[in-house]
Design a protein around this ligand. Structure first.
Ligand code: SAH
Length: 339
């Protein structure tokens, strides 16, 4: 077990179960997340005996940073895990703060046809500490705070749900990383039962849905998850989510040339989501060497945009970071492992 796996409540339970007092969780959280110790020997206000017990029960190790690619406003980090697997995280420096995109699994089982990580199957879920320490290590490298987190890196977060929610609780906790819930976004390809469960999750985290197609026929072709949870079920789950949370959702829509970028698709999209409280984020596809999909040209993206806009959808086109440094989902990991 790793100490960065523990939520604040779990840490309190640990101390109580060892005949000790809850307030030690306060102290330990502060060493880990405020003072950012690099070794247990720095802890001064917990009794030696208790500290020895903690050290024999938990590892304090983080990840191994094996590569950083830097550009003006973006850094891409490649981490190695204890079992020698690799994951990526991306830091984007916006004018409003530092935003980090983290991975939730090693590989991914969703099999989206356009996605580099989907091409390569899931190896395993990430542990809570493997998600938390991606952020700690990036803040250390940056020597500054991360203000926004998106769970949009490698993996399907709702396929690692229990670890995901613990991670969210730790990074949101005021004595943890203290990242405001409204500054955290979880992105899913549309796992309906988990969307429903998440609609009852008490923190005000943003939800993004990778939609990418406006009808079942097309979505089945590019996103196998649609066969398990077709659009009708997905949209009704989102209606429940919106009713329970009173929030807005974001739809991500990658623009793939000749696949989903026609004006007909734009009109169908208006029909599909026009009644929901949502944003649509159009994403220029990041081409990868291993897959045949091409990005839509700018004229086509603008035509698509205009149709949504005319029909009063809230639509934006995603700003691009790091196309020079293989920032497309999963490319750095593939390069490292398929040399
Ligand atoms: N599994 C989750 C989160 C990880 S993928 C999900 O599906 O939402 C994060 C986003 O990147 C998804 O919208 C995914 O469809 C998109 N994506 C994958 N490969 C991409 C590429 N090459 N260019 C642009 N977006 C990509």
């Amino acid at each position: 077990m790793n100490i960065y796996n523990l939520t604040r409540e779990e840490m309190e339970e640990y101390f109580v179960s060892h005949g000790s007092r809850k307030f030690h969780a306060d102290q330990l959280f502060s060493w880990l997340y405020e003072k950012r110790i690099s070794s247990v020997s720095e802890i001064t206000n917990i009794k030696k005996e208790l500290l020895n017990q903690i050290v024999s029960d938990y590892s304090f190790s983080k990840l191994k940073l094996v590569q950083v690619q830097r550009d003006v406003d973006v850094c891409k980090y490649l981490f190695e895990l204890d079992d020698h697997e690799h994951i990526e995280a991306v830091l984007m420096m916006h004018d409003y703060g530092n935003s980090v995109c983290i991975s939730s699994q090693v590989g991914c089982n969703m099999g989206c046809k356009f996605c580099e990580s989907g091409r390569r199957k899931k190896v395993r879920n990430l542990e809570v500490f493997e998600m938390v320490t991606q952020l700690l290590m990036i803040e250390e490298d940056l020597d500054s705070r991360v203000s926004h987190v998106v769970v949009m890196g490698i993996g399907e977060p709702f396929d690692n749900y229990d670890n995901l929610v613990k991670f969210l609780r730790i990074i949101n906790h005021p004595k943890g990383l203290a990242i405001g819930a409204r500054h955290i976004t979880v992105s899913t390809c549309g796992i309906v039962p988990k969307i429903l469960e998440f609609s009852r999750f008490p923190l005000q985290i943003n939800l993004a849905i990778s939609l990418h197609a406006p009808n079942d026929k097309l979505r089945n072709q590019i996103m196998p998850v649609n066969k398990a949870y077709p659009l009708k079920e997905l949209i009704s789950a989102l209606e429940v989510y919106l009713k329970n949370t009173n929030r807005r959702i974001t739809f991500e829509y990658i623009m793939l040339a000749g696949v989903n970028d026609s004006c007909e698709c734009a009109k169908e999209l208006v029909q599909l989501v026009g009644h929901l409280n949502c944003y649509v984020n159009l994403i220029p596809y990041n081409e990868t060497n291993n897959l045949d999909f091409k990005r839509s040209n700018t004229v086509q993206i603008m035509k698509f945009y205009d149709i949504l806009k005319k029909n009063r959808l809230n639509v934006t086109i995603r700003r691009e970071f790091g196309s020079k440094i293989s920032a497309a989902c999963g490319q750095l990991r593939s390069k490292k492992e398929e040399l």
